[in-house]
Ligand binder design. Structure first.
Ligand code: ADP
Ligand code: NA
Length: 332
């Protein structure tokens, strides 16, 4: 058996959103101290698969570290670090480039979305992204990965790489990692379009709530969120064909740690004129302490760098022996 170990990461490719908080950070914090080791990473090597302005990237790496800690990830309980500081990730990714098949990569919907029509002009790194993600996870022999719904396909590819490696070399070297896609906020949708996920890379700022937004901005974005004119039903199933309405109810439930059913039990029969102000109040109350703590951390960049440096050393101590054994299995 493998040591129970949880790994996950977030790209510093933009300011973090409510989607990243509910789908990832809040759950990362909740998983601490529950028996498994927790290892959390700011995946800057993933971010550069699309062009990043160096000075902005440097600032966003620190901002992401501040967001992790403000959301409750405790660097004393978890290993918190920046991917490019632990060289085993890039080295393992190369090994996995020889295991993964080209066809597997072309099938990834995120590659198709991000590469767009002119995919011949996408970076080679964008195509190989899932092999690096497999390396992130398997360099720690992680047994479980908490992620949002959008990462499900990439995680399946991680499992495929682990299985093919174990098969090709006749070893049980890598675990077949379990995805932890749980809760009501595994796919927080855009506030402007119920068919798109809320994302830090969406060009429309009104589509998302940023963890750095102030109370007025949060309230205004929720007030202007797209909805419909129908009153709320008493069951979440009855919102099946009303994606914008369902999204707001799910956000409320995730912020309040309630089920959507118990939220609807209170708001049944009411319209968004009543629901939106209640949601805005809850969102501000939940997010403003995080925004405030982020600002406190960011006021001391040297301390953030110290924490990330210490995290990198601890991550390296886990990763390097596993990388060495992997190379040994391959005859390197
Ligand atoms: P983004 O898509 O905002 O660039 P990342 O790719 O860095 O975010 O993803 C970081 C984590 O946040 C992943 O676990 C991802 O599944 C999760 N996540 C991103 N967007 C959402 C969302 N809208 N709802 C729920 N989880 C999300
Ligand atoms: Na994503």
């Amino acid at each position: 058996g493998f040591t129970p170990r949880i790994f996950s990461g977030i790209q510093p490719s933009g300011g973090l959103t409510l989607g990243n908080y509910l789908g990832a950070l809040k759950r990362f914090a909740a998983l601490q101290g529950a028996g498994a080791e927790t290892i959390y990473c700011i995946v800057d090597l993933h971010a550069i698969t699309v062009w990043q302005q160096p000075e902005i990237l440097r600032a966003r790496i620190r901002e992401a570290a501040a967001a992790f800690m403000a959301a409750g990830v405790d660097p004393a309980q978890s290993i918190l670090f920046n991917q490019s500081q632990v060289s085993a990730h890039a080295e393992m990714a190369w090994l996995f480039n020889t295991v993964a098949r080209v066809g597997w990569m072309y099938r990834m919907t995120q590659f198709k979305d991000k590469a767009g029509k002119n995919s011949e002009n996408a970076s080679l790194g964008l195509l190989a992204y899932p092999a690096l993600m497999a390396a992130d996870i398997l360099t720690y022999q992680a047994t479980a990965v908490p992620v949002g719904e959008d990462q499900k396909q990439h995680l399946e590819l991680t499992r495929d790489i682990a299985a093919k490696f174990n098969h090709d070399y006749g070893v049980t070297h890598f675990p077949i990692t379990e995805p932890l896609i749980e809760g009501v906020a595994t796919r927080v949708m855009s506030l402007r379009d119920g068919s798109r996920k809320m994302s830090k890379s969406d060009p429309s700022d009104a589509s998302r709530i940023n963890l750095t937004d102030d109370a007025d901005a949060i309230a205004q974005k929720i007030r202007k969120a797209r909805t419909d004119a129908e009153p709320l039903p008493d069951r979440i199933e009855d919102l099946k064909d009303r994606p914008e309405a369902r999204n707001l109810v799910n956000i409320y439930a995730a912020l309040a740690d309630e089920t959507p059913g118990s939220v609807l039990a209170r708001f049944e029969g009411q319209g968004f004129g009543a629901f939106k102000p209640a949601l805005a109040e809850l969102a501000v109350a939940s997010l403003s302490p995080i925004t405030r703590k982020m600002a406190e951390y960011m006021a001391d960049p040297a301390e953030i760098d110290r924490i990330l440096g210490e995290g990198a050393a601890r991550a390296d101590a886990v990763a390097q022996p596993i990388l060495n054994r992997t190379k040994d299995v391959m005859g390197l």
